[in-house]
Design a protein around this ligand. Structure first.
Ligand code: NDP
Length: 259
């Protein structure tokens, strides 16, 4: 009979809503100890309370990933609560859209601070803890299919996601000797508040996305959680990889399906 896997301790940043909430929920349902965190502690407490009511082991923490001290506190609280840290999912992310020639220095910096520096701070603090534990670990960075393409009005977002892809490769190479697997997931369009906002700002509708996606639909938060489970498992010889989950968008390349 196969032996049961020991519970891992998992931190999912930006897990108060959207994709992160579902990634955290899936780990909790798999029997892992989960830290739910974002800038809004009330939302994290609500997510944690719902999961705890179902018998899962969850701890809410307030964190701003762009603040190094706040990130170090996140890892300290995780270790205080659960004794160790096995998996980090760097999911927190933001988007500020606008023409490159008009982008303010402040908006540019804000997106870099959260989407790229924040991923580095979290990986650094978690990696230090995993190295000290001495028995490996997994880091999954939530990138985007936009990280490997250009698009109008998305310069900081796409640039940071491209940076996350190469940060993933660098850390995978550097921490391989500690058996820490570092991978990225690059989703296509998933319907969350971030995409609802983008729809409002850019005026595209759901049909525009479907017309450009070979699988003819949006991806789901459950599908993203499936991908993260695979990448976080650490038993697959995969590290330094960017897994694209976009319904064929980037494979397709140009035009609309019916052209
Ligand atoms: P949402 O806007 O729905 O959720 C973002 C989450 O990040 C929230 O929990 C938010 O909570 C948290 N967050 C934002 N800033 C910070 C910060 N500075 N520190 C800590 N937490 C923060 O986004 P999605 O669920 O749509 O996106 C999640 C990730 O997936 C992002 O990295 C995004 O770029 C990526 N992605 C999303 C796609 C999509 O189609 N939805 C496609 C490709 C990639 P709070 O505001 O309380 O801090």
């Amino acid at each position: 009979m196969a032996s049961e896997r020991a519970a891992r301790t998992v931190v999912v940043t930006g897990s108060s809503r959207g994709i992160g909430k579902h990634i955290a929920t899936r780990f909790a349902e798999s029997g892992d100890n989960v830290v739910v965190c974002s800038r809004t502690i009330e939302d994290c407490e609500r997510v944690a309370a719902d999961l705890e009511a179902e018998g899962h082991s969850v701890h809410p923490v307030e964190v701003d990933v762009s603040d190094k001290e706040s990130v170090e506190n996140l890892v300290d609280e995780t270790v205080e609560e659960f004794g160790r840290l096995d998996v980090l999912v760097n999911n927190a992310g933001i988007n500020i859209r606008g023409p490159a020639e008009e982008m303010s220095a402040e908006d540019w910096q804000t997106v870099l601070d959260v989407n790229l520096t924040g991923v580095f701070y979290c990986a650094q603090a978690a990696g230090k803890q995993m190295i000290a534990q001495g028995d490996g670990g997994s880091i999954v960075n939530i990138s985007s299919m936009m990280g490997s393409m250009g698009q109008q009005d998305r310069t900081p977002y796409n640039t940071t996601k491209g940076g996350v892809n190469n940060l993933t490769r660098c850390l995978a190479v550097e921490w391989a000797e500690h058996d820490i697997h570092v991978n990225a997931l690059a989703p296509g369009y998933i319907m969350t508040e971030m995409v609802e906002q983008a729809q409002e700002d850019a005026g595209f509708d759901q049909q525009d996305v479907r017309d450009r996606t070979p699988l003819d639909r949006f991806g789901t938060v459950e599908e993203m959680a499936n991908c993260v489970q695979f990448l976080a498992s650490g038993d697959n010889f995969v590290t330094g990889e960017v897994l694209t989950a976009d319904g064929g968008w980037t494979a397709f390349g140009w035009g609309c399906k019916d052209d």
